[in-house]
Write a protein of this length. Structure first.
Length: 318
């Protein structure tokens, strides 16, 4: 069975959330190998000149508070991506200062960001600017265009706007800007978003093996974020109906891909740290990794640990 977002067909409904640091090309390829339905490149500026490695044909999430550069950026990379997303949900301090992400929603230009944060991102936002950006994106590609939003009083106006422009899907993280990534997800708010639109809705926020089935009964897709950092094999345990052994998705495979795509030592060391979390002897490994000065050092430290080889196998059921 295939699942659709616009004209994009996916094998399953479990997606990798668009995280900025973890989602390098090597990690994304491992998640895809383990069964992830669609990988995402985290927040990317249309004005960036950084080379993008898109070997996994991911969804690419844009951010910003202007439409400048978006059309040419999409035209440059359109053949290499599966879907385009626009971020209206980032609650970071940098987003607050520069007025993008969730802070585009939360206040018109000129309102002090500190005032926005204290208000809980529930004031009338830059709907005209959001409309302008989404129209440029929609006009620049035939690929699906989606948006990611947070809980706010503007959320339903944005969903209505997105429908009118021809956006293909909505991702909702049902926490406020003030909550960030802590506190309880407002599941009922996410359900209200789902009921308000005929578009596919992607649920984001504290998705686990224990609750994923019930969430998928209510929503079209789910995103896995923090729980898969350093553990790409998690997807094989969540995706049912796979026909064969997926193969090794441990740190050793990550390292091969990282070398192939020329990832920097700092990124490789960061990911090595991630792969040690939650495993036996992980604390000791991290203490050794702190002293690592080269990729060779990292490989020597990690090469004798079980995290170096993780075989993701077909689950009996989901």
């Amino acid at each position: 069975m295939k699942y659709k977002i616009g004209n994009l067909e996916l094998d399953n409904r479990i997606l990798l959330a668009p995280m900025l640091e973890p989602n390098d090309v090597a990690f994304r390829l491992l998640c895809k190998k383990a069964g992830c339905g669609l990988t995402y490149v985290g927040m990317t500026s249309a004005l960036s000149r950084k080379k993008l490695d898109l070997a996994d044909k991911p969804a690419l999430q844009l951010f910003g508070n202007s439409s400048r550069g978006i059309k040419s950026f999409i035209e440059k990379y359109d053949s290499e991506v599966s879907l385009w997303d626009f971020n209206l949900g980032c609650p970071s301090k940098l987003s607050r200062r520069l007025e993008y992400g969730a802070f585009m929603v939360s206040a018109p230009k000129g309102v002090p960001p500190a005032q926005v944060a204290s208000a809980g991102a529930d004031k009338v936002g830059n709907l005209d600017l959001i409309e302008e950006i989404l129209k440029v994106m929609r006009g620049a590609t035939r690929k699906p265009v989606t948006i990611k939003i947070r809980k706010s009083d503007d959320a339903f106006a944005i969903v209505e706007l997105a429908e009118r422009i021809g956006v293909d899907g909505i991702c909702v993280h049902a926490r406020t800007v003030a909550q960030g990534y802590s506190g309880e997800v407002d599941y009922e708010f996410a359900l209200k978003v789902k009921r308000s639109t005929m578009l596919p809705v992607i649920f984001s926020g504290d998705v686990t093996a224990d609750n994923i089935n019930s969430i998928l009964n209510d929503f079209d897709f789910v995103m896995i974020g923090r729980s898969c950092i350093g553990r790409p094999e998690i997807f094989s345990g969540l995706v049912g109906g796979r026909k064969s052994v997926v193969g090794d998705v441990g740190f050793g495979e990550y390292l091969k891909l990282a070398k192939k795509y020329g990832l920097f030592f700092r990124q490789i060391k960061y990911q090595a740290m991630n792969f040690t979390k939650g495993v036996a002897g992980g604390k000791e490994l991290r203490m050794k990794l702190v002293e690592a000065k080269s990729v060779g050092d990292v490989e020597g430290i990690m090469g004798t640990h079980t995290a170096y080889h993780w075989v993701a196998r077909e689950p009996a059921s989901r």
